[in-house]
Design a protein around this ligand. Structure first.
Ligand code: SF4
Length: 341
């Protein structure tokens, strides 16, 4: 994953809901283990000995997210999502670089898995490097829909004739500037079959400044239905700044949902998951999916076994009203929908 296009001038002139522009916030993200240790008041030697060399997928975490971590806690659930740990070097059976076999079916940044829907790889960059990411080895350099100014991807979607929903994914699609997103939305809206644009993004959680006036205006103007699916795994990720951004987003969005990944040592207990659902509701977001881990190389230490995952779901059902219980699912390559556990 690269950090391309961090600074684009048109967004720097946008009026923001929170001071700094999102590009500047991203530019100032933490990339150095020693600096992270200092911010968290953890002895450098302790954090270094827990960390691994991760040059292909380096540490990247926004300062606002670091500020939500507990100081002096090596097991903080937010820290564990972003810290490259020595466990990533374990070569586990069944884990591979392309667990969902997307790399063979991606074409000009378009991936078709399910009926009537297509996924468009809008950006290869993210506001954070989540250690469990299933696309951490995705070949973004040759599979970006933006590479040819969206043209080839749009042509493909138009020719398909049956795409009613386009899912903007990545990387993170909100890494694209508002001006380029606007061009993409305009092009998508010329495709007769497209009724809905869905955005999968972790930006509002990581860098809430990304929900700026330019983005809101763009979403409001769209003639398509707008579904936004954010990605949050733990209630501690949802501070007041994130809550304000999510509440603002729920204006132009027709639906605002969350998807989480079930991660060992981070959110694999009933009370943590229940609290996440309650906090999401407070922010105006409905829990949608709780995904089992996709078995990508270097992530086996995050895996929760199926029996435990099912037990957690049962526990959640007894704690929460049905609308706050996410669907526990696994993605199986080649299946025509997600597989419920
Ligand atoms: S934001 Fe999403 S795509 Fe980016 S590293 Fe995290 S999980 Fe992967």
């Amino acid at each position: 994953m690269s950090e391309a296009n961090l600074l684009t001038d048109e967004s720097l002139t946008d009026k923001r809901i929170c001071g700094l522009s999102w590009q500047r916030t991203l530019q100032q993200a933490v990339r150095d283990i020693d600096e992270l240790a200092g911010l968290l008041e953890i002895p450098v030697a302790r954090l270094r000995s827990a960390a691994c060399d991760s040059s292909g997928f380096p540490l990247l975490v926004p300062r606002g997210y670091v500020a939500r971590m507990n100081k002096r806690d090596l097991h903080d659930p937010l820290l564990l999502q972003v810290l490259p740990r020595t466990a990533e070097n374990v070569d586990a059976t069944g884990f591979s670089d392309d667990p969902l076999r997307e790399q063979d079916i991606a074409d000009d940044g378009v991936i078709r898995k399910y009926h009537g829907r297509a996924l468009l790889i809008a950006s290869g960059a993210c506001p954070v490097h989540c250690r469990y990411c299933f696309r951490r080895a995705f070949p973004y350099a040759r599979q970006l829909a933006s590479r040819h100014d969206w043209e080839r991807a749009i042509g493909k979607l138009r020719r398909a004739g049956d795409i009613s929903e386009v899912i903007l994914s990545g990387g993170d699609p909100l890494n694209v500037s508002n001006r380029r997103l606007e061009a993409l939305f305009d092009a998508l809206e010329t495709i007769e079959s497209v009724r809905c644009i869905r955005i999968h993004t972790r930006f509002p959680i990581m860098i809430p400044e990304r929900v700026d006036n330019g983005l809101l205006a763009l979403l409001e103007r769209s003639s398509a239905k707008i579904v936004i699916v954010v990605h949050c795994n733990h209630a501690n990720e949802l501070d007041s700044g994130v809550e304000a951004a999510l509440r603002t987003l729920s204006g132009p969005a027709d639906l605002l949902l969350n998807q989480s990944v079930l991660l060992s040592g981070i959110n694999d207990d009933v009370e943590t998951l229940a609290e996440l659902s309650r906090r999401l509701l407070h922010c105006g977001v409905l829990p949608y999916y709780l995904h089992t881990l996709d078995p990508v190389t270097g992530t086996a230490h995050f895996q929760v076994d199926d029996a435990r995952a099912r037990a957690l779901l049962c526990g959640l059902r007894s704690e929460l009203p049905g609308y706050l219980v996410p669907k526990l699912v696994r993605e199986v390559p080649g299946e025509l929908s997600k597989t419920p556990l």
